[in-house]
Design a protein around this ligand. Sequence first.
Ligand code: ATP
Length: 307
Amino acid sequence: MLQANGLSRWYGDFRAVDDVSFSIGRGEVVGLLGHNGAGKSTIMKMLTGFIEPSLGGVLVDGIDVQQQPQPAQAKMGYLPEVPPVYPELSVLDYLTFAAQMRGLSSADDVMAAVAATSLEDKAIEPIGALSRGYKQRLGVAQAILHRPQILILDEPSNGLDPTQIHEMRQLIRRLSEHATVILSTHILQEVNALCDRVLILRGGQLVVDESLTALTEATTVTFVTDPDVDAKTTLLEHPRTVEATSVAPGHWRITVSGDVRSAVPELASAFVAARIPILSIAPQSQDLERLFESVNEHKAWEAGDAA
Ligand code: ATP
């Protein structure tokens, strides 16, 4: 559905995006994560044809965004990080104007976007009088006017309060039933709640491209036993154990080979046979927050190392 091939972008001498490639399938909901300045907005602007890549290109449903911007943009809706504002226009007037800019003449398109974003009550209010949450919804409404197959949302929850964040999440979930969605965010729970897949950027480079399921899949087992019992030999001799670390008296973290779900009963049987009491044994999943931290710690270490 959407393919980014070797995207790079310089601003003067500064390389903001460095050789980023990924491919997104129809119906996927993908979260783009990264610290401030990691290059998220720059990538979104290149995906939507708002700026040119210095190197590389983007294909939308096989259409080259740089060579055929109009048909490519007809397939995409874009909520920029700072949506254009016309404070004196009413919601309806602005959406009618945005629809005309897209070559849409039917009032039905405007009303459908108003309904999809639950803006009916604010339809005749001036944009300047709307709360931040309603302004963001209006930004989404202009992005979906032409019923795009791909929605690109740059920090849709930026500046919203917890209730508005919840409402925005519900809106994105509804929209994702009919469209492929790429959203950037600083809220890791948002990725957990909405996305199938996560792309993590660091210093303009793509450092993680992984499905949420694979990311949160267990890689280690935690095992708790009586601290007075010697479990080490049994653990280290077990064929499924790659590494076993004692993290506290009687508490072990075990890295296993192969599928963790089959390793747990195998390890449990070995402990029972060796008469080692099992207080608990459980797969330990990796969470997104820890992954995000470790990706960025690595950067800090590299910077320190280089200094
Ligand atoms: P944020 O989370 O703060 O929005 P981001 O991940 O979206 O950050 P970008 O806005 O893509 O990051 O910016 C990437 C880098 O490029 C930053 O260092 C930024 O200062 C720089 N940059 C972005 N736009 C320009 C520009 N027009 N001119 C010069 N530098 C720019």
